[in-house]
Write a protein that binds this ligand. Structure first.
Ligand code: SF4
Length: 320
């Protein structure tokens, strides 16, 4: 596990200093050329700048996989953890430090396979954080093994004659979990939609789960390319309570479906459309779902400052 702490993090931001996207950029991203993760990184840095998130109050927690290198590329706090364990780490951070902006970066293997148990309970606990599932439908970092979201018949190192099980549908699965409060889907190559989705997720009062269909040109070109090239392949979910696009951006999509994100039954039906189209937009939102971070230690009258002092004094015991 690597906890990332940039040098400046003990420094209070200059008053009146307007943060730009460059203020959130750290080392150069080492993803492959054409990887969709680059676009997501820049969109997240733009969100941070638009919201003027203090870097010393912002944390990106990841597991293992290509996408999980993300915290290294953000000039904020970060935690590059164990495979599948981003959710419990992020939940711990949020529960003890509700003042922090918490993001979870996870991949389809990380979230939907080894981390699946944590995924279920993080959704149910519904602590305020943004979860970005970078779904490229493959284990890319370890070079081409079948993931839980690989389409049936995908030829990989583990299934040289094609994968044999139907894939998990992360949207449908999340919509089936207790206390779910926000489920959205977007794609990395539709920038306006991606950015609007991130903004909507950030504004959500609980856990915002966003699946991002992500291009992996090294292993999965044949899977995403038809969706990228075919203007009929995407259906945008439209509603004034959903992810609202400017008229010009909306006009670029041929297929628009009205969908009320307060209707979870309909949301589950729409999630089934993945067999014939790629629906993007806000499937479901409930701003009033119970939040675990509003209970327990936060209501015991212990201030954030006292909690930080207690953590520091405990950690000092292990200092050399
Ligand atoms: Fe991106 Fe695929 Fe390269 Fe991983 S292997 S960095 S997902 S293009």
């Amino acid at each position: 596990m690597i906890a990332l702490k940039p040098d400046f993090c003990d420094i209070e931001p200059l008053e009146g200093h307007l943060l730009s996207t460059d203020d959130y950029a750290s080392s150069e991203a080492r993803w492959c050329s054409g990887c969709g993760a680059h676009t997501i990184l820049h969109s997240v840095q733009k969100l941070c700048a638009d919201e003027q998130l203090p870097p010393e109050k912002t944390v990106f927690v990841s597991g293992i996989g290509c996408s999980s290198r993300f915290p290294h590329y953000m000039k904020t706090y970060g935690f590059h953890g164990l495979h599948g364990r981003a959710f419990p780490v992020a939940s711990g951070v949020k529960f003890r430090r509700p003042d922090l902006n918490v993001f979870v970066i996870t991949g389809d293997g990380d979230c939907c396979s080894i981390g699946a148990g944590h995924w279920v309970h993080a959704i149910r606990y519904n602590m305020k954080m943004v979860v970005l599932l970078f779904d490229n439908s493959i284990y890319g970092l370890t070079k081409n093994q079948t993931s839980p979201t690989s389409p049936l018949g995908t030829v990989t190192n583990t299934h040289p004659t094609g994968s044999v099980l139907p894939p998990i549908n992360p949207i449908q699965s999340t919509l089936g979990l207790a206390n779910v409060s926000f489920v959205a889907q977007t794609v990395d190559w539709k920038l306006a939609h991606l950015e609007a989705t991130l903004k909507k997720a950030f504004d959500h009062p609980g856990l915002a789960f966003v699946r991002i269909v992500q291009r992996c040109p090294i292993w999965m070109r044949d899977t995403y390319e038809p969706t990228v090239k075919d203007p009929n392949a995407i259906t945008v979910l439209n509603h004034n309570e959903g992810i609202v696009l400017e008229d010009d951006a909306l006009k670029k999509f041929r297929h628009v479906m009205e969908h009320d994100p307060s209707d979870i039954v309909k949301a589950r039906e729409v999630a089934e459309l993945v067999k014939t189209t790629t629906p993007i937009g806000l499937f479901y939102q409930n701003k009033n779902a119970s939040r675990y971070d509003e209970y327990g230690a936060h209501n015991l009258g212990i201030s954030v400052e006292d909690r930080i002092d207690a953590i520091n004094s405990h950690m000092d015991k292990y200092a050399i």
